[in-house]
Write a protein that binds this ligand. Structure first.
Ligand SMILES: [Zn+2]
Length: 546
């Protein structure tokens, strides 16, 4: 069996998928007899640059050109076409790889050979210089002389993935070249072409299998067919997704399913087992991270009303299952974390640990919606007798690892002074405002607390309720609070937390207590409704401690 990659190499301009603008331009030039002496074919690898150059050579030299009825098309079948297409020794097409022939001597040699022009009267000689950006300045200078006075019937095609490098090293030559920019071939176009080829060969393949091949081809049509060849060479019968995975050593989709699940469920316990499974299966962790990024990007795209291209049915089903659990703002933050960790993931001496950390950060990340619920439960609707403190504070949308935005600082700078009970009690509302400015949650926690005593440099704080969440919260925020109070004191402050003020609370506090109780109840209810809220609260505290 002839390799498909070879058998289905384009023989005509009309076979050049995606690059229809190039095909039309070149076909028109051949038909009108206005082919340029020099072309620059720019574009990513594998998109058909050298193939287009060969088709151009075929069209220029075809013995039965226009036989198909389309002006400028090669017949693809005559001796000349066949020789050029198969790459058999012929004098009319010379292919050079600048990556290996980049010296000035080669350019001189090229120049001398070009002088001989084409092999016969009326024929064209086409020089195809691949990776042209690798040519030296000297080589370009030699070529410039040829292009200034081109021998009749000689056409140069410079193919490059990096046209900007040619602009740097050989700007004058660019003005002598006609430029075509080749487009990247999307997975959709590759899928279509693969299906055509499979149908023409009478071969059966699952849609998912074709999608996987197209994805692995990464924009290269020739690579797509080569991969299909490879898969066909292993085993018989219909091409299944499993067979493609086996041949290419791809990571099974259920691994990505498990990843999305653990991120959506914030299941930190599942991180280490998943990475272990990947390592045991011999998976490339870099590929896994790239695949995870793609999966999240697809969730984001679907969440924003888009339609991701080139996904297998299995992945589409996965994305569908998790899209509602992973709203767009959350996915954006997950992807930001990924990009933050990119260097670490690439260069880490311990890639496994780097991947584990990434997944842990993803699994621990708070969720926009729930954080808002917490803030609302704790901070909004201030109680009676609180001088409307906190009014107009919108529940902020918190971002993981990002500082809470600070409102404009109070007009009066803090004055340092003696640590007396009366003074601090008088300052307490201001301290709460300061705290709120730093973090709405700390502000809310302090509203549920009062100053109990001063002992030297230690300030004793007493909670006005017995909510364990509040106790924990203030415990965690003791250092932050010490700094806030310290702004009003000459010496560093320490914070001590006393238990709830049972039975000894002033009558004036009663109303507020009730209000606090309501808030606490609301939080307890929230936590009961969604146990994962604990993680959100933890994430929030991590942030506030920052
Ligand atoms: Zn022909």
């Amino acid at each position: 069996m002839i390799a498909l990659a070879r058998k289905y190499r384009p023989k005509r301009f009309s076979d050049l998928i995606v690059q229809t603008h190039v095909a039309a331009g070149l076909r028109g030039a051949v038909a009108a007899g206005r082919v340029a002496h020099g072309y620059l074919f720019a574009g990513p690898r594998g998109v058909g640059k050298t193939t287009a150059a060969r088709v151009l050579a075929m069209a220029l030299n075809c013995e039965r050109r226009d036989a198909s009825g389309v002006a400028g098309e090669p017949c693809g079948a005559c001796d000349s076409c066949a020789r050029i297409w198969t790459g058999a020794a012929n004098l009319d097409v010379v292919e050079l790889d600048a990556a290996s022939n980049r010296g000035v001597d080669d350019a001189r040699d090229l120049r001398e050979r070009a002088m001989y022009a084409a092999s016969a009267e009326g024929r064209h000689k086409v020089y195809i210089v691949d990776e042209a950006h690798m040519l030296t300045r000297e080589a370009w200078n030699a070529l410039l002389k040829i292009l200034e006075e081109p021998p009749p019937g000689v056409v140069f095609v410079f193919a490059t993935t990096e046209p900007q490098k040619i602009a740097q090293s050989a700007a004058p030559i660019l003005s002598r070249l006609q430029r075509f920019d080749f487009r990247r071939i999307g997975p959709h176009a590759i899928t279509d072409r693969l299906k055509q080829v499979l149908a023409a060969e009478g071969l059966a393949a699952d849609d998912d299998a074709v999608q996987l091949i197209a994805k692995s081809a990464d924009g290269g049509m020739r690579d797509g067919l080569s991969i299909l060849d490879q898969v066909l060479s292993f085993g018989e019968g219909p091409v299944t997704a499993q067979r493609v995975r086996d041949v290419l050593g791809l990571i099974p989709e259920d691994m990505y399913g498990e990843l999305l699940r653990l991120v959506a469920d914030r299941d930190t316990h599942a991180v280490f087992p998943l990475v272990e499974r990947l390592v045991d299966a011999g998976a490339d962790l870099g590929e896994f991270v790239a695949g995870a990024g793609e999966a999240l990007r697809a969730v984001l795209l679907v969440g924003l009303g888009g339609k991701p291209e080139g996904l297998t049915e299995g992945m589409v089903a996965l994305i569908d299952r998790y899209r509602s659990l992973l709203p767009a703002p959350d996915v954006v933050r997950l992807l930001v974390v990924l990009s933050e960790m990119e260097t670490q993931l690439r260069t880490s001496g311990s890639p496994r640990l780097a991947v584990e950390l990434l997944l842990l950060r993803w699994a621990m990340m708070g969720r926009t919606v729930e954080l808002q619920a917490v803030i609302e439960a704790l901070g909004k609707k201030p109680g009676k007798g609180e001088e409307g403190r906190g009014k107009g504070d919108p529940a902020p949308v918190l971002r993981d690892a990002a500082p809470v935005p600070l409102p404009p600082s109070p007009a009066i700078p803090p004055e340092k002074g003696p640590l007396t009970l009366d003074r601090l009690r008088a300052l307490w509302p201001r301290i709460i405002d300061d705290a709120r400015a730093k973090s709405p949650m700390l502000g809310a926690l302090l509203q549920a607390a009062e100053i109990a005593a001063i002992e030297g440099n230690t300030l004793a704080i007493r909670l006005l309720d017995t909510n364990p969440v509040h106790v924990e919260g203030i415990e965690r925020q003791r250092d932050a609070l010490a700094l806030l109070v310290g702004r009003y004191a000459a010496d560093p402050i320490r914070i001590r937390l006393e238990g709830a003020a049972r039975g000894e609370r002033p009558a004036a506090r009663a109303a507020r207590m009730t209000e606090e109780g309501v808030r606490a109840d609301r939080l307890t209810a929230l936590r009961a409704r969604d146990p994962s809220l604990n993680t959100a609260i933890e994430a929030l505290d991590l942030e506030l401690l920052e």
